[in-house]
Write a protein that binds this ligand. Structure first.
Ligand SMILES: C[S@@+](CC[C@H](N)C(=O)[O-])C[C@H]1O[C@@H](n2cnc3c(N)ncnc32)[C@H](O)[C@@H]1O
Length: 268
């Protein structure tokens, strides 16, 4: 397969990536045949996966609006993905034009496209870094001049922590990012869970073990521990569509399941 003009050089066209898979499920065009083939296999097992990903993206928008309403004017979005509809800087700057955003992702396609759409936007930047190097993220985010750790920060870890293996100590990584944040900062997380899931979802997690970015679903208690030292705002850590739904699309009757939990914690 030829490398499409929009794909950075040196990219492996034969290995799927979570960023491009997510882009495909959200209706984007920045994905390869290998991503679409994996998507086809996942849909064959769990037909509702696209709906779950859209529910996650919808939570991201609600979370940013909520944080903007709490006075947060600087956002650190790690595992930010390939830009699509409703990016964090767009949502935040709509409510508060002076909001600043630093995006972080390790995926070269996600970073190249973020860089392209952020050209000319002095209040947003993207860094190509790995979440497993949290100290580096804290340092380089501040070096952009957009994030000031003496003012409240909105730290977004949306659909990214379940790509971190237990061996890489996700709780330690979150603590390293959370601890330097001043009072009134907020942490927003979504994370897939294995608890109360139908067999086909568990089967999809198994399938992911054969991909370059396996998913590690975790329990409610493990995910809740990421919020240590902060207070979960209402309604707590809940199935994504149940977190302050604001349109009928966010919450069907009976409530849709999303196979992932969402929560926002406030520090201090
Ligand atoms: C499913 S997308 C989520 C995008 C966005 N946060 C959202 O929820 O709409 C997951 C993103 O996390 C990124 N990612 C996975 N592991 C990562 C790591 N160790 N460091 C940085 N980014 C990572 C992937 O490249 C991908 O862009």
């Amino acid at each position: 397969m030829d490398r499409p003009g929009w794909a950075p050089e040196g990219i492996d066209l034969t290995r799927p990536s979570s960023a491009r898979l997510y882009d495909y499920f959200l209706g984007g065009a920045h994905n390869f045949a290998v991503d679409r083939e994996l998507a086809r296999q996942i849909v064959a097992i769990t037909p509702s996966v696209g709906e779950a990903m859209r529910a996650n993206r919808s939570f991201l928008r609600r979370a940013v609006r909520y944080l903007a309403g709490q006075g947060i004017r600087q956002f650190l979005d790690i595992g930010s993905g390939i830009p699509t509809v409703g990016n964090v800087h767009e949502v935040a700057q709509q409510d508060a034009p002076d909001s600043r955003v630093v995006y972080v992702d390790r995926d070269p396609v996600a970073v190249a496209h973020s860089r392209a759409i952020l050209q000319g936007n002095e209040r947003a930047a993207v860094l190509q870094l790995d979440l497993r190097e949290p100290e580096r993220i804290v340092t380089e985010a501040q070096q952009t001049g957009l994030i000031d750790f003496t003012e409240p920060v909105g730290l977004l870890l949306i659909t990214v922590l379940h790509f971190i293996s237990d061996a890489d100590d996700p709780a330690g990584i979150v603590a390293c990012l959370r601890d330097p944040l001043p009072a009134r900062s907020h942490l927003a997380v979504t994370h897939v869970t294995y608890e109360n899931q139908p067999p086909e979802i568990l089967q999809a997690y198994e399938l992911s073990k054969h991909t370059p970015e396996p998913i590690i679903p975790r329990s409610h208690a493990e995910i809740a521990a990421y919020f240590d030292g902060s207070t979960l705002v209402e309604p707590g850590l809940v199935d994504i569509p149940l977190w302050r739904p604001d349109t009928p699309d966010d919450l069907d009757e009976p409530p849709r399941r999303s196979n992932a939990l969402a929560g926002i914690g406030r520090k201090g």
